[in-house]
Write a protein that binds this ligand. Structure first.
Ligand code: SF4
Length: 798
């Protein structure tokens, strides 16, 4: 199909450039001058190799932070200190790609020995949030926590206790959150949360279409794709899976065309793509509607696939009793609302030229197999639940579901491969059934008893109590990563609301400042565990303790076990096992249910990684497509529900429609508030941080600066020049940040890298560029999830 001409800034296409090799871009740092006298050498049996210097030993380990990758880290230890971090650079023996660490991985030694590590337990001495603490003993810390747990539980009941979402050290067999939740479950219970800050919109919507969130093939399937569209997806910087980039590169080598659709000329646009197609934030579903319109009206759709496998594309497959005008076809053709979802219609909304929309639709529909891969960024807005549904519609219309090189779109996790998520550690049942969406926890602190199903409360009609006791272990979502920081600060600072907050972390993060008791945690180099990648890539990595915990640091398993002892549930908590022995328990569980040849923990320490026996390629819904009667999906109809009767019956058709539909976002480009705040503000995950982790690491700061991107058209209007310091503000607050004036972002949009640690000046304004000062805490309509790309703001020269 010949590409039609299109013009305008939003239609610029930028060709390939060499991808920045981060691992080569930074030099090895000098050892930081800090006390490391508490370290000891690990026993010799797990040593991988000796380096040329015979006193240096190399150990396999791996990090389990909230990044989707699980990489092989080699810790070089000399005289009881980690002197260097290196990684796997060769292909694995079984032909799988090397599990290479990124630039963040190379910084783990600096992170461990950083002089700002929290070194001993502390109690708050100033006002909550002021960050004033004094040293206490572990005994005092554990006594205080245990007695506050007893007091608050007696006064308010177990549902007043809450463990905040966060994965700073998570994803292991005895992860931080599992330890806290087990402790809380064994001592009466706690208010549950559902979802996460990353992907709860797509995690909620995708199962209503496919009966599962696992709608992705293995990444190895991408090598067979003819076209790959990365929509709001930036694997050049974020890591969904350690092997993903390798397969995208392979797809390129095999001739696939890769297109990035994103408001920013992202790292993926720069390093992986043939073309960048810019779009206004929150309008992606309008683009997908218009692509569907083009594909249908030009007869490029796979009607046989829609008829055989799907519900609701047209009147033939709508559920009984549903009017024909509710079908997807009727919606696209404007049979009910009078609006045809043409490229001309979408051009006004998305800012993307109509010819570019036609080009993209034809490219995808005529180059099969094709993979339309959606990132989590596209669903992190007011009506983000529509984003995965729009993707699934296009995948079904083009018959790209259940085929090699295709991609069913929507959430896109890969299942069907042997998985290592087998831990039996967190098996305690929580007596409290009530749950909220994790994004609504601040509401539950001050109006929990008023929350209803409309606020996302499940498992109970109402709560008898607000949240009164908070555990925040290894996470920064208590303050920094939650929206509307100034609002959250006010809620947390009020000691009559949440009466007791305990935080465990390795640094004094903005969230840690709100602790009443602050505990020093460990890094992954100081602990044992076994880790899984987010999307099942068919392997696990070992996390091997190569140092004894520095200073008085303790990991959360030991902390929770000590509290459990005070509260009389130690035996139930540990089940007679040390943290190390839980590894053996895990090995047993995996051998029983997945792989009888799974190595022992010690063997894993020598290998670093274990791949489960598996096929090279896994294709989601392959069996269903072969025979939908024999292998139905787990949806109510057993088919792909492009029209969901379950959603229809929720009876909130304007905000939660039964079919994928574009809905104009509040604080989006169609909101009248744009008169007052004319710029759409988005965040992005950038290479030097994993969410907010590493923000205090000078070495990584050198790799990438905290600057806001702004288009020259917007800068000129405000007399702003590149590198100027600017004030970015809306009704929620103000941040100060240097600006990068660049054509790499669409006009009308500004972007701030998310995760900078909130740092307020004496007026309460942020001076480090902490995005969440400006983001909206209103949850999304359906999942009640995080809408952090839905903000309007204005900018002035500071
Ligand atoms: S941040 Fe993620 S990709 Fe980078 S080294 Fe750590 S685990 Fe690997």
């Amino acid at each position: 199909m010949k590409k039609e001409k299109s013009g305008g800034l939003l239609n610029q296409k930028i060709g390939r450039r060499s991808f920045l090799k981060w691992s080569g871009a930074v030099a090895a740092p000098a050892v930081l001058g800090t006390s490391i006298g508490f370290t000891k050498l690990k026993e010799a049996d797990t040593v991988l190799a000796e380096s040329k210097d015979s006193t240096e030993k190399i150990y396999y380990t791996s990090n389990g932070n909230n990044c989707g990758g699980r990489c092989v880290i080699k810790a070089h230890v000399k005289n009881g200190q980690v002197v260097r971090i290196s990684t796997q650079i060769k292909e694995e023996e079984n032909g799988q790609p090397a599990l290479k660490a990124c630039v963040r991985g190379r910084n783990y030694r600096n992170m461990t020995y950083h002089p700002d590590r929290l070194k001993y337990p502390m109690k708050r001495v100033g006002k909550r949030g002021e960050g004033k603490f004094e040293r206490i003993s572990w005994d005092e810390a554990i006594d205080t926590i245990a007695s506050e747990m007893k007091r608050i539980t007696k006064k308010y009941g177990p549902a007043s206790r809450y463990s905040v979402y966060g994965w700073g050290n998570g994803y292991g067999v005895t992860s931080d959150i599992s330890s806290v939740n087990k402790l809380l479950a064994l001592t009466g219970g706690y208010l549950n949360y559902r979802g996460n800050y990353s992907s709860f919109q797509t995690g909620t919507a995708t199962p209503t279409i496919y009966g599962t969130g696992s709608s992705g093939n293995s990444y190895s399937s991408l090598a067979y794709s003819k076209v790959i569209i990365l929509m709001a997806h930036n694997p050049g910087a974020t890591v969904f899976g350690t092997t993903m980039r390798t397969y995208l590169m392979k797809a390129r080598e095999n001739g696939a065309k890769i297109i990035v659709v994103d408001p920013r000329y992202s790292e993926s646009a720069k390093g992986l793509a043939d073309e960048w197609i810019p779009i206004k934030p929150t309008t992606d579903t309008a683009l997908m509607d218009a692509m569907a319109y083009v594909i249908y009206t030009e007869g490029l759709h796979d009607q046989a696939f829609l008829d055989k496998y799907c519900i609701g594309f047209d009147e033939k497959t709508l559920p009984e009793g549903i009017d024909a005008k509710e079908s997807i076809k009727a919606y696209l053709l404007g049979e009910k609302d009078g609006i045809k979802k043409t490229p001309e219609w979408a051009e006004k909304i998305t800012g993307m030229d109509r010819n570019t929309i036609k080009y993209l639709a034809r490219l995808y529909a005529t180059n099969k197999p094709g993979a339309l891969m959606l990132g989590n960024g596209g669903q992190r807005h007011a009506y983000g639940e529509q984003h995965p549904r729009g993707g699934a519609l296009l995948a079904c219309m083009t018959g790209n579901v259940g085929v090699l090189g295709g991609w069913a779109s929507a959430k896109g996790d890969c299942a069907g491969r042997p998985s290592g998520w087998q831990s039996r550690f967190s098996s305690a049942t929580n007596p409290v059934e009530a749950s909220i969406s994790c994004f609504t926890f601040t509401d539950a602190i001050f109006r929990g008893t008023e929350m209803t199903a409309e606020d996302g409360l499940q498992g109970a009609d109402k709560l008898d109590t607000n949240i009164k006791l908070i555990f925040n272990f290894s996470g920064n979502a208590l303050l920094n990563q939650h929206s509307d920081i100034n609002r959250t600060k006010e809620i947390l600072a009020d000691e009559s609301k949440a009466e007791f907050i305990v935080v465990n972390d390795i640094f004094m993060t903005p969230s840690a400042k709100y602790a009443d008791i602050l505990l020093p945690g460990t890094t992954f180099l100081e602990r044992n565990d076994i880790l899984n990648p987010w999307s099942d890539e068919g392997y696990v990595t070992v996390q091997q303790k190569v140092l004894e915990p520095l200073y008085e640091c303790r990991d959360e398993y030991e902390v929770c076990a000590a509290i459990a002892k005070k509260l009389g549930v130690y035996d139930k908590f540990t089940e007679g096992k040390t943290r190390r022995e839980w590894m053996d328990d895990y090995v047993e569980a995996v051998r029983e249910s997945v792989d009888p040849n799974f190595p022992s923990f010690d063997e894993l320490c020598k290998k670093g990684v274990h791949f489960f026996p598996m096929d090279d390629i896994t294709i989601a819904f392959e069996d269903f497509v072969k025979d939908p009667k024999v292998n139905p999906l787990s949806t109510p109809t057993g088919k792909i529900e492009l029209f969901s009767k379950t959603v229809w019956d929720m009876n909130q058709h304007d905000e939660i429609p039964a079919i994928p539909k574009y809905i104009a976002a509040w604080e989006g480009p169609e909101d009248p508030l744009i008169e007052k705040y004319p710029l759409q503000l988005i965040g992005w995950h950038f290479v030097r941080r994993c969410h907010s982790i590493h923000d205090n690491q000078p070495w990584l700061e050198e790799a990438e600066k905290q600057v806001m991107w702004m288009n020259p058209i917007d800068a000129k209007k405000r007399n702003i020049k590149d590198s100027d310091k600017v004030k970015v503000f809306n009704d929620r607050g103000t941040i100060f940040i240097p600006v990068h004036v660049t054509n790499k972002i669409v006009p009308g949009v500004i972007a701030v890298p998310q995760g900078a640690w909130h740092s307020a000046d004496k007026n309460g304004n942020d001076v480090r560029g902490s995005l969440n000062v400006l983001t909206n805490s209103r949850p999304t309509a359906w999942a009640k999830a995080n809408p952090q790309h839905t903000n309007l703001a204005e900018v002035e020269k500071a």
